[in-house]
Design a protein around this ligand. Structure first.
Ligand code: SAM
Length: 139
């Protein structure tokens, strides 16, 4: 998947894998394909990785892990960013798109009233409207 994404033009493809042998294989393959600058792999537990900067997260995991991942992506990922899952759905979250043939479910992180991103946007809006607000309410 990492190599497919890189070949399709993704600027940076970072995999997270717990299995050291798979990590070794991916690093070797990245080198062989001359893609070390684009494809990399972190040997870690995905649940301990900060996903806040990811635009797209693609997973192929067990149903048990999907359950734990759901709250994490909701909490960490930016509104509008995408989570694609091969084979397994997130329970209680309707995918935006489903590819039944490929068995892929695509989810979009919604805007959350409590998120810091949402708060920043609100503050920015307030800030840009402040001069008009002040002008329309002279003391
Ligand atoms: C269903 S397999 C997917 C196979 C793999 N994507 C591939 O194409 O070879 C799930 C993979 O996720 C890894 N995995 C499972 N739990 C993980 C976790 N918490 N953090 C990182 N990787 C995990 C496993 O080691 C395994 O390679």
């Amino acid at each position: 998947m990492l190599f497919e994404a890189a070949s399709a033009g993704a600027a940076l493809c970072v995999g997270v894998e717990a299995d050291p042998i798979k990590c070794w294989w991916i690093r070797r393959e990245a080198k062989r394909r001359g893609m070390q600058g684009i494809v990399s792999i972190i040997r870690a537990n995905l649940l301990n990785i900060d996903l806040s900067k990811a635009d797209i997260v693609f997973v192929f995991l067990s149903p048990a892990l999907m359950k734990r991942l759901k709250q994490k992506v909701f909490n960490e990922m930016k509104p509008g960013s995408i989570v694609a899952s091969y084979e397994h759905r997130f329970k209680g979250w309707e995918p935006e798109t489903t590819d039944a043939k490929l068995n892929v479910y695509i989810y979009r992180i919604p805007l959350k009233a409590h998120s810091s991103y949402y708060q920043t946007m609100l503050n920015l809006r307030l800030f840009t409207h402040l001069p008009n607000l002040l002008a329309s309410h002279p003391r």
